[in-house]
Design a protein around this ligand. Structure first.
Ligand SMILES: NC(=O)c1ccc[n+]([C@@H]2O[C@H](COP(=O)([O-])OP(=O)(O)OC[C@H]3O[C@@H](n4cnc5c(N)ncnc54)[C@H](O)[C@@H]3O)[C@@H](O)[C@H]2O)c1
Ligand SMILES: CCCCCCC=O
Length: 514
C-alpha cells in the first residue's frame, strides 16, 4: 500500500507531467493566489504563530509575511524576463549560431521547512519553485503545530493542490518523503539533519539546497558609535527570542569597551522590551522545553551580566548577556539559537579574524566599525554565507542578494532571481544552421597541423567585437569557408598561403581594434 507521502509525491509528479505548471500565466496566477492567501488569511496565520512562538501580529507581518509579499510582487513583475532565453557570448566557431541559456523547470521539488520563521522559510522556497515552473511538495515543520495545521488546511484552497501539496508530519514522515525521488530537495534546518537530507538525496542523485545555521560572529570595533551598534545588535539578537538563523551569535570586542557595550545593550533591552520582558508583547518565547533546557544549560559555566531569569513552564528566557566568556565555555560549543549573547574579548581586529577563521564558516558575519578599511579587511580575510557591516539581519530582506550559507552553514542560495535560478535547470542551447559546412572542416578527421592552427584561432579568440567586428568576422568566416571548400582534397597551393597571410593580417588588425 502506498503511504500518504508517496501518494502526495506521485500526485505532484502526475500534475507536473501534464505540463500545466509551465506556462507563464499559470505561474503568475498561482503566485497571485499565494499573495491573496497571505492577505486574506492574515488573521489565521497570526493566531497560529502567536500560539507557536508568541510572536505578535505586527511581528509576524514584519518578519514573515511582508517579505513573502515582496518576493511575490518581484517574481510577478520579473518573471517574463527570468523565463526568457538568455543570449550568451559566443566564440568564433559559433559566431553565426544562436547560443543561449534556457531556464527550464526541474520537476518536483521537496521543500522541508523549519519552525523558527515557519512561513518565511517554507513559503519563500515555494515562491521560487512556482516561479520556476516546478511542482512542489511542502513539508512544514511539525514543531510549529498550529502553523503547520493552517498551512495544511488553508493553502490548498488557494493554490493548485495537486501541484503543490502540503504534507504534515514529523521525523518519520519527512524520512518517508526523503525516500521518494525528487528533482530537488530544499531543506531549512540544523546541520545534523542537513547531512541526513544530503545522504537521502544522494541515493537518487537529487540536487539539494541546504539552508543551515551556525555561530554568526559580531565584531564591534572600539571606534564605532557604541550606542547605535548595540541597539542594532540587541534587535538582531533578541528578535524572535534569538531563534533566528542569522542572529549575531556572539560579540567579539576589545576589553576596553566591554563595559560600555554591556551598558548600551542593557539600555536597548529596556527600551525595546521594558523592564519586564516577560510581560512585553514583542518579546517571544522559546519554542519548546527541549530547547529551553538546551539553552539554559549553556549559561552554566559563564558569568551572567544582564538578564538570566527564566520560567520553564512558559519557556521564557530573559534577554541575557554573558561577559568575559571563554572559548571553551558551553555557550561557545554550538549555535545558541536563543536569547543568550556572550561577549568574548580580543586584542583587536586581527585576533577577531583569527578567531572567526578557526570556526566553521558561519551563515552571517557582522562588523561594526566607522572605518571602511576595517570593514573591507574583515570581508577580505574571512568567509561566511553573507556579511553585513553596521547592522544586523537586514541583508535577508534584499532580494537582489543571494541568501544562503557556505561550508557548514549550507549550500545553494535563494531569494529573488536566485530562487528562480536555483530551482531551474539552466539549459545550454546552441542552434546551428545546416549551412557553411566548410567552416567545420577544421574539426573533422584527418586532423592536421593546419586545421589545428585554425581551430586554435577560432576557439581562443574572444569575439566580443561590436557590430563592425562581427561583420568583418562573418566576412572572414565566409572567406575561410570558401578556401577550405576550394582546397579540400587538393595539395596546398599558392592560394591558401596567400589567404592565410591575409587572414593573419586581419587578425592583427582585429587585435588593434580590440
Ligand atoms: N539558513 C536558513 O535560512 C535557516 C532558516 C531557519 C533556520 N535555520 C537553521 O535551522 C536550525 C533550526 O531548525 P531545526 O533544525 O531545529 O528545525 P526543525 O526541528 O523544524 O527541523 C527542520 C525540518 O527537518 C525535519 N527533520 C527533523 N529531524 C529530521 C530527521 N531526523 N530526518 C528527517 N527530517 C527531519 C523536520 O520535520 C522539519 O521539517 C538552526 O540551526 C537554524 O540556524 C536556517
Ligand atoms: C529578519 C527576518 C530574518 C529571517 C531569518 C530566517 C532565518 O531564521
Amino acid at each position: 500500500r502506498m503511504s500518504r507521502e508517496q501518494k502526495a509525491v506521485e500526485c505532484a509528479r502526475k500534475a507536473f507531467l501534464t505540463g500545466r505548471s509551465k506556462p507563464l500565466e499559470h505561474r503568475i496566477r498561482q503566485l497571485k493566489n499565494l499573495q491573496r492567501f497571505l492577505l486574506e488569511r492574515e488573521k489565521e496565520i497570526a493566531e497560529a504563530i502567536k500560539k507557536d512562538l508568541n510572536k505578535s501580529e505586527a511581528g509576524t507581518q514584519l518578519y514573515e509575511t511582508l517579505g513573502l509579499e515582496g518576493e511575490i510582487v518581484l517574481a510577478v513583475k520579473k518573471l517574463a524576463e527570468w523565463v526568457a532565453p538568455r543570449p550568451v557570448e559566443k566564440n568564433l566557431l559559433t559566431i553565426s549560431d544562436t547560443v543561449y541559456i534556457q531556464p527550464e523547470p526541474l520537476g518536483v521539488v521537496l521543500i522541508i521547512g523549519a519552525w523558527n520563521y515557519p512561513w518565511a522559510v517554507t513559503i519563500q522556497p515555494l515562491i521560487g519553485a512556482i516561479a520556476a515552473g516546478n511542482a512542489a511538495v511542502v513539508k512544514p515543520s511539525e514543531v510549529c503545530v498550529h502553523t503547520a495545521k493552517v498551512m495544511e488546511d488553508l493553502l490548498p484552497a488557494y493554490i493548485d493542490k495537486e501541484l503543490y501539496p502540503v504534507v504534515t508530519g514529523g521525523v518519520s514522515e519527512t524520512q518517508e518523503l526523503l525516500r521518494q525521488r525528487f528533482d530537488h530537495v530544499f531543506y531549512t534546518g540544523n546541520s545534523m539533519v542537513g547531512k541526513l537530507v544530503m545522504e537521502a538525496a544522494a541515493k537518487h542523485l537529487t540536487p539539494i539546497t541546504l539552508e543551515l545555521g551556525g555561530k554568526s560572529p559580531c565584531y564591534i570595533d572600539k571606534n564605532c558609535d557604541i550606542p547605535i551598534a548595540c541597539r542594532r545588535v540587541t534587535w538582531g539578537k533578541y528578535s524572535n527570542c534569538g531563534q533566528t538563523c542569522i542572529a549575531p551569535d556572539y560579540i567579539l570586542c576589545e576589553p576596553s569597551i566591554q563595559d560600555r557595550v554591556l551598558e548600551e545593550i542593557k539600555k536597548s533591552i529596556k527600551a525595546f522590551y521594558t523592564e519586564d520582558p516577560k510581560t512585553c508583547p514583542d518579546y517571544g518565547r522559546i519554542i519548546n522545553q527541549r530547547h529551553f533546557k538546551r539553552i539554559m544549560a549553556m549559561t552554566e559555566d559563564s558569568t551572567i551580566a544582564i538578564g538570566g531569569d527564566s520560567d520553564e513552564s512558559t519557556c521564557y528566557i530573559a534577554p541575557t548577556v554573558l561577559k568575559d566568556v571563554q572559548v571553551n565555555s558551553k555557550v561557545m560549543q554550538e549555535e545558541i539559537f536563543g536569547p543568550l549573547l556572550p561577549i568574548l574579548t580580543v586584542s583587536g581586529v586581527d585576533e577577531a579574524i583569527n578567531f572567526i577563521n578557526k570556526g566553521e564558516k558561519p551563515l552571517a558575519l557582522y562588523i561594526f566599525s566607522p572605518d571602511d578599511k576595517v570593514i573591507k579587511k574583515v570581508i577580505a580575510e574571512t568567509s561566511s554565507g553573507g556579511v553585513l557591516a553596521n547592522d544586523c539581519l537586514v541583508h535577508y530582506s534584499v532580494s537582489a542578494l543571494p541568501f544562503g550559507g557556505v561550508g557548514n552553514s549550507g549550500m545553494g542560495s535563494y531569494h529573488g532571481k536566485f530562487s528562480f535560478d536555483n530551482l531551474s535547470h539552466l539549459r545550454g542551447c546552441l542552434i546551428k544552421q545546416l549551412k557553411m559546412e566548410g567552416v567545420n572542416d577544421m574539426r573533422y578527421p584527418p586532423h592536421t597541423a593546419k586545421k589545428l592552427f585554425w581551430a586554435r584561432f577560432f576557439i581562443l579568440k574572444n569575439p566580443d567585437l561590436g557590430w563592425l567586428g562581427r561583420m568583418t568576422l562573418l566576412a572572414i568566416i565566409a572567406v575561410v569557408a570558401a578556401v577550405v571548400l576550394q582546397v579540400r582534397g587538393k595539395e596546398e597551393t599558392f592560394l591558401i598561403s596567400t589567404v592565410r597571410k591575409r587572414l593573419q593580417w586581419r587578425c592583427i588588425l582585429f587585435e588593434v581594434e580590440l
